[in-house]
Design a protein around this ligand. Structure first.
Ligand code: SF4
Length: 262
C-alpha cells in the first residue's frame, strides 16, 4: 500500500487479535515507508460493560506500543445519552439478528464514523485510509470483501475515505505467530478459550462460547437473562440465553471452541 497517498490513517480496533495484527502490520509498513506516525490514530468503539472487561485499556496499551493516540466513541441517542446495547434491545423489544444487525451499525459503524469526522475536520481536503482487521478466512462474506474500497458513506466533497484490510489474506496461525513472536499484549479471554473478543455475549457465538463468557462474567449474564425475560424475545431464534445460565448451574463443561462466522 502506498501510504503517502493518504493524509491520515485511522485504525479501527476492537482490542482483539485481528485488530492488533492490523495495527502491527500498518505500523510495519509505515516504518518502512517513513510515514509519519503522528498521522496514524487508533479508534475504538466502546461497547461499555457489554464488551470483555479490560478491553478499553488494552486498546490503549496496544496503541501506546507504537506511540499512537487512541480515540474512543460510544453510541449516543439524539439527546446525547450514551445508551448501552441492553437498553437499546429493551427499547426495541428485540435482539439484533443476522438480518437486523443493528448492534454493528449503531454501536460500531456509527460511532466510528464520528471519530473520522472529528479527526479530519481540520485537514480540509484530505484522503483517509480507514483500517479494519477483517480476514478472508473468517466468513464467506468477509472473504468477498475487497482489500481496498471506497467508503461512500464516509466520503464527502472534501474527504475521500478508503477502507483497507491489510491482513485480509492472513491465516489464524499467522495472527497468533505474529502476536507470540513480537510478544504483543492480547486479552486474557483468549486463554479462556474464546476465539473472538468484542461483546462478551455475541449474537453469533456458539453455545460453548456463551458458556465460557458466562462463567467469566456471571453478573453480565444475569443482566442479559433479565432483558430476555423482560422483552419476551429469545436471544436467538429458538434459543434463550437463560439456557446458558442453566448449563453453568449444571456444571456443563464447554468443549474447544472453533471460530464462528460473523
Ligand atoms: S460482537 Fe456480536 S453482538 Fe456485539 S456488536 Fe458485534 S455482532 Fe453484534
Amino acid at each position: 500500500m502506498k501510504l503517502h497517498e493518504y493524509d491520515m490513517i485511522i485504525i479501527n480496533s476492537s482490542g482483539g487479535k485481528d485488530s492488533l495484527c492490523a495495527l502491527w502490520e500498518v505500523c510495519r509498513q509505515a516504518r518502512e515507508q517513513k510515514f509519519p506516525f503522528d498521522r496514524i490514530a487508533v479508534s475504538h468503539q466502546d461497547l461499555g460493560d457489554m464488551e470483555w472487561p479490560g478491553t478499553k485499556d488494552l486498546v490503549k496499551q496496544q496503541a501506546d506500543l507504537f506511540g499512537l493516540k487512541t480515540y474512543y466513541s460510544k453510541r449516543r441517542t439524539k439527546d446525547g445519552y450514551e445508551e448501552n446495547l441492553l437498553e437499546y434491545v429493551e427499547r426495541r423489544g428485540k435482539w439484533p439478528s443476522n438480518g437486523q444487525r443493528y448492534c454493528t451499525s449503531d454501536f460500531k459503524r456509527g460511532p466510528g464514523g464520528r471519530v473520522v469526522t472529528a479527526l479530519t475536520k481540520a485537514l480540509g481536503k484530505c484522503k483517509v485510509l480507514y483500517v479494519f482487521g477483517f480476514r478472508r478466512d473468517e466468513s464467506p462474506s468477509r472473504s468477498k470483501k475487497p482489500v481496498l474500497k471506497l467508503n461512500d458513506k464516509l466520503t464527502t466533497k472534501k474527504r475521500t475515505v478508503h477502507d483497507w484490510l491489510p491482513i485480509h489474506h492472513w491465516s489464524n496461525e499467522r495472527v497468533w505467530a505474529t502476536i507470540n513472536t513480537h510478544r504483543l499484549p492480547y486479552h486474557p479471554a483468549y486463554d479462556l478459550g474464546m476465539p473472538r473478543l468484542s461483546c462478551c455475549f455475541c449474537i453469533f457465538s456458539p453455545f460453548d462460547a456463551l458458556v465460557v463468557a458466562g462463567k467469566a462474567n456471571p453478573h453480565l449474564l444475569d443482566r442479559y437473562c433479565a432483558t430476555e425475560k423482560k422483552i419476551g424475545h429469545t436471544f436467538r431464534n429458538g434459543f434463550a440465553i437463560n439456557e446458558v445460565k442453566e448449563a453453568i448451574a449444571n456444571d456443563y463443561q464447554p468443549e474447544t471452541i472453533d471460530d464462528w462466522v460473523m
